[in-house]
Design a protein around this ligand. Structure first.
Ligand code: PLP
Length: 369
């Protein structure tokens, strides 16, 4: 995949860099969304998307960002009471989505920088009845991957645990960090296009289990745009209820071909290799990492700004080389910075970014060469 150095290259935890080939795919002449061309397009996309989600089940496609997929999960599959675990800003926001939709929610907040563990989940479920549990897989604001497999297994092991709807946000993880929808027995897994999929923003995806789909039928006030029952009616005909983002679907079709060629295992490996290069570099330069290595994200690294460099100045310098990274998120601004190593980036690209940071550090007298 060719990425040209003729524009600002995004080493952000989303939106991420989109290759020329994918940008070009969006210029395919328009088709009508009820025409056979579009039905064929969605027919090609769906089986590939299921492979990315590691599921034999359905994956809904919406003209929306990830936030819309949160709202869909909340409205369709929280019936009585949901318990939500948050260990960063995006976790907090999904909790707000539950509240904004009038759901009875208990939010459990875990300190930023710490993972949500099966122990924390079990402790909070003890003696309580919830019909849904929600949390974020890859918390973008802190660069931490929560142990989804173990959390799901812990929930399923409880009496009545088989009936609980397990809802997971993998907006900045999916296709870069391993997550297995069927094998780990998840009910809803949602993401959006502008992160590890390396597509332009504007598409939301949700895998939904049969159990969650059947439950949705019993939940009142599911809303209109994101009603799973309506989405299903159209998906089985390779269509969407409303006009889809057709240009983005052309881009998705091509990008999914690339993903299939690389294989999911290949993508996970490449992301772990980029993570390792970043972590080794940070350690060698005397920077700390926010995350315990056991929970460090394969797609975004949050580096503790031990040398108290100005992130603004660093980015001004990197921009002269057509590169940009992210400041820390919210309360972690300036005390951390984040390197997004997701999507189509390779180890060589990350090394180029790190060499750029080294040049900046050398100018500040912070690097002995
Ligand atoms: C983990 C996570 N969840 C949800 C969102 C919200 O997604 P979107 O901006 O696509 O609505 C983001 C955005 O960065 C995110 O990182």
């Amino acid at each position: 995949m060719t990425i040209k150095n003729d524009h600002l290259r995004l080493f952000l935890p989303g939106p991420t860099e989109v290759s020329e080939e994918i940008l070009q795919a969006q210029t395919t002449p328009m088709v009508g969304h009820r025409m056979q061309d579009c039905i064929d397009l969605i027919g090609r996309i769906s089986p590939k998307l299921r492979k990315v989600f590691r599921t034999e089940s359905r994956v809904y496609i919406a003209a929306s960002s990830g936030t819309g997929m949160w709202e869909a999960a909340t409205r369709n599959c929280v019936r009585d009471r949901v318990i939500h675990f948050a260990n960063g800003s995006f976790g907090d926001r999904w909790g707000d989505v539950h509240k904004a939709n009038g759901k009875d929610v208990k939010v459990v907040t875990v300190e930023w920088g710490q993972p949500v563990t099966p122990e924390i989940v079990l402790e909070n479920l003890e003696g309580e009845t919830y019909d849904a549990v929600s949390f974020v897989h890859n918390e973008t604001s802190v660069g931490i991957t929560n142990p989804v497999k173990d959390i799901a297994a812990a929930i399923r092991s409880l009496p009545g645990g088989q009936d609980v709807t397990i809802m997971v946000d993998s907006v900045s993880g999916l296709s870069g960090a391993q997550i297995e929808f069927d094998e780990w027995d998840l009910d809803i897994l949602l993401t959006s296009s502008q992160k590890a999929f390396a597509l332009p923003a504007g598409l939301g995806f949700s895998a939904v289990s049969d159990r969650a789909f059947e439950k949705a039928k019993t939940v009142p006030n599911r809303g209109y745009y994101f009603d799973y029952i309506t989405m299903e009616k159209y998906l089985v005909k390779d269509q969407t209820p409303a006009t889809p983002a057709i240009s983005l679907l052309f881009a998705l079709d091509v990008q999914l071909d690339k993903m299939m060629a690389e294989t999911m295992e290949g993508r996970w490996e490449r992301h772990l290799a980029m993570q390792k290069v970043t972590m080794d570099w940070a350690k060698a330069r005397g920077f700390g990492m926010l995350a315990d290595p056991a929970y460090a994200s394969p797609t975004v690294s949050t580096v503790s700004n031990t040398h108290e460099i100005s992130i603004g100045e660093l980015n001004d310098f990197l921009r002269t080389k057509n590169m940009v990274l992210s400041n820390g998120y919210g309360k972690l601004k300036n005390i951390t910075f984040r390197i997004g190593h997701m999507g189509d980036w390779t180890v060589a690209d990350i090394e180029e970014l790190l060499a750029g940071i080294d040049e900046f550090l050398a100018q500040k007298g912070l690097l002995n060469s």
